[in-house]
Ligand binder design. Structure first.
Ligand SMILES: Nc1ncnc2c1ncn2[C@@H]1O[C@H](COP(=O)(O)OP(=O)(O)O)[C@@H](O)[C@H]1O
Ligand SMILES: [Mg+2]
Length: 391
């Protein structure tokens, strides 16, 4: 066993600050010790993770003075999964597989979808994923409002065929890329079939460039919002202690459409029908973790009793986790064009977002874990639109 020690004492010599922030940049291995230096904020997370992966490959890494369990877990994820994926595609000179699309939905506005989407995008980027945050809230451009990012072109220009989707991508200072939504009259509901098809083609292309794409969808569960939610490989329903019924309603509405898509149409050769819809749930604004767990359990029970009893199609919800209520910190942070993960990295709020991201990525690496296959979302969308071309 080749052992590599990441030594907190050594790290401290370079700069004590970054240990608190759990950010460090490996620069060399010397006498089986990983020497690190402080990672300035501007350092690309991708480079950082690549560096960790490169330096720790071949070692059975142990962590000595670094106490944080979460940090250990994150480094394990980095070593097992993400870095491996990049390395394999690079070595074999093949294109990395299409990135996963995760949609964030809710029945009501104001439950915390956009905040969760932004903070998750940052946390995924921290873990080394190449992330695109896509503001699909076409009435409100919610991400732009929060981060005060108003690029010249928005989705509106894309749908008017003035620009391509690629042209809309902006880099942010938070480690992820971003496609802006629109504040105006244009709604998903107004999209024509050919606009949807064009959107689909572009998303399909762009998904090869990212490890993860997050859709922040507008409030409500109209047919159009749900179609976009189901276009994603995974959906995540955000709800709060005051809106549990709405969370249940969102799951049921998405499930209704899911069943419709999977029961009606004849499947083409080699395509299998999906029987279980597995949305993730996030309980936002809870008092504490136990509060979140309890609420989730009752939500799950309601689904089992009212939906799953007599149907071949089932909802098998999964719990991504909870986020504590901390309005003061959020308001103060966003007023300064900051995000929680950077401004208050040690806070419970930041830790919660970190845990959500870790759980989402970790679930994909767990061998016992059976999730819908990658690509199922876009295939679903093909069926919705009735596109006949081979996919
Ligand atoms: N964990 C939380 N604790 C306290 N307030 C929150 C939390 N998450 C979000 N909020 C607040 O709730 C409001 C709505 O959040 P937002 O993300 O815009 O929701 P949505 O996108 O669902 O409309 C914002 O004022 C936001 O600061
Ligand atoms: Mg929003």
């Amino acid at each position: 066993m080749r052992e590599l020690i990441i030594d907190g004492e050594l790290v401290k010599k370079f700069n004590p600050v970054h240990l608190e922030h759990h950010e460090f940049l490996p620069i060399a291995v010397e006498n089986s010790r990983l020497i690190t230096a402080r990672s300035p904020r501007a350092v690309s997370n991708h480079e950082f993770i690549r560096n960790v992966g490169q330096l720790t490959t071949g070692y059975d890494t142990s962590f000595y003075t670094i106490q944080s369990e979460l940090l250990k877990h994150e480094l394990k994820l980095i070593k097992q999964g993400i870095y491996h994926r990049m390395l394999v595609s690079e070595k074999q000179n093949v294109v990395a597989p299409r990135g996963n699309i995760l949609s964030v939905i809710s029945n009501k506005g104001g439950v915390g979808k956009t905040t969760v989407s932004i903070e998750l995008a940052h946390q995924f980027a921290r873990l080394g994923l190449k992330v695109l945050l896509f503001d699909l809230d076409l009435g409100n451009a919610d991400v732009s409002n929060k981060l005060k990012l108003f690029p010249e072109n928005t989705l509106y220009n894309f749908f008017n065929k003035q620009v391509e989707l690629d042209d809309l991508v902006v880099e942010t200072e938070y480690g992820f890329h971003f496609i802006p939504g629109e504040c105006g009259e244009f709604k998903l509901a107004n999209m024509t079939w050919s606009q949807k098809q064009r959107f689909f083609r572009h998303i399909q292309n762009i998904s090869f460039k990212y490890d993860l794409i997050l859709f922040d969808l507008g409030a409500g569960i109209t047919r159009h919002v749900i179609d976009f939610a189901l276009m994603a490989d995974d959906s995540c329903i955000v709800t709060t202690p005051n809106d549990i019924i709405s969370g249940y309603a969102a799951a049921k509405a998405a499930f209704g459409r899911f069943v419709e898509i999977n029961s009606k149409q004849t499947m083409s050769e080699g395509e299998s029908r999906e029987y279980t819809y597995s949305p993730w749930f996030i309980l936002n604004q809870v008092h504490n973790i136990r509060h979140g767990n309890n609420l989730y359990q009752s939500l799950k029970q309601t689904i089992d009793q009212h939906v799953n009893q007599n149907s071949v199609f089932k909802i098998t919800p999964e719990y991504l986790g909870s986020v504590v209520s901390d309005r003061d910190r959020l308001v103060d942070t966003y007023a300064k064009r900051e995000i929680i993960g950077l401004r208050h990295p040690g806070s419970e709020l930041a830790l919660n977002y970190q845990q959500l991201a870790s759980k989402y990525i970790g679930s994909g690496l767990d061998e016992d874990y059976v999730k819908p296959q990658r690509g199922s979302g876009l295939k679903r969308f093909v069926r919705m639109l009735g596109i006949t071309s081979k996919f």
